[in-house]
Design a protein around this ligand. Structure first.
Ligand SMILES: Nc1ncnc2c1ncn2[C@@H]1O[C@H](COP(=O)(O)OP(=O)(O)OP(=O)(O)O)[C@@H](O)[C@H]1O
Ligand SMILES: [Mg+2]
Length: 134
């Protein structure tokens, strides 16, 4: 009698436990879906300039560039550099000196605070992304 009672009560409680677990999983899935749609609904940044004529040579020039990620904490100050077309150059410096930042600025993940970055003499902020060879 006792063993039958134990077996039956387990059979009775198992599906109830499973339902409770399932409800938890559904809640987690809903929270996840909400975040996924928040990302999908994000407006794309329109950073395109008007210049559509393709970049010909690819001379890159940084002119007196100043930049900070956090206002007041200058990362790049008065940086100038000219790279001739087709040249390979290396940026060398201690960690945190701003090497990756230079590349981030060139890729327009961020825009300079002052000064300019030119490609074939045109400010990269005026060039459309379609005009850039990738
Ligand atoms: N997204 C960011 N927000 C705020 N500060 C940042 C950000 N990225 C980098 N920094 C700061 O900017 C400075 C330059 O960082 P950067 O990553 O350009 O250095 P790095 O020369 O590439 O260093 P490493 O040799 O370690 O790669 C550092 O002081 C860093 O803490
Ligand atoms: Mg780096």
């Amino acid at each position: 009698m006792i063993s039958a009672f134990v077996v039956y009560s387990k059979q009775f409680s198992r599906p109830i436990n499973e339902l409770a677990q399932l409800y938890g999983q559904i809640q987690t899935a809903l929270a996840g879906a909400e975040r996924i749609f928040a990302v999908l609904d994000e407006e794309s940044e329109n950073k395109d300039g008007d210049r559509n004529d393709p970049v010909r040579e690819g001379v890159i020039e940084f002119k007196n560039v100043n930049f900070s990620y956090v206002p007041g904490k200058q990362v790049i100050s008065d940086f100038s550099l000219k790279v001739e077309a087709g040249k390979k150059i290396a940026l060398v410096g201690s960690t945190g000196s701003g090497k990756t930042t230079i590349v981030n600025l060139l890729m327009r993940f961020y825009d300079v605070d002052s000064g300019s970055i030119l490609i074939d003499g045109t400010d990269i902020r005026d060039v459309s992304t379609d005009a850039l060879p990738i």
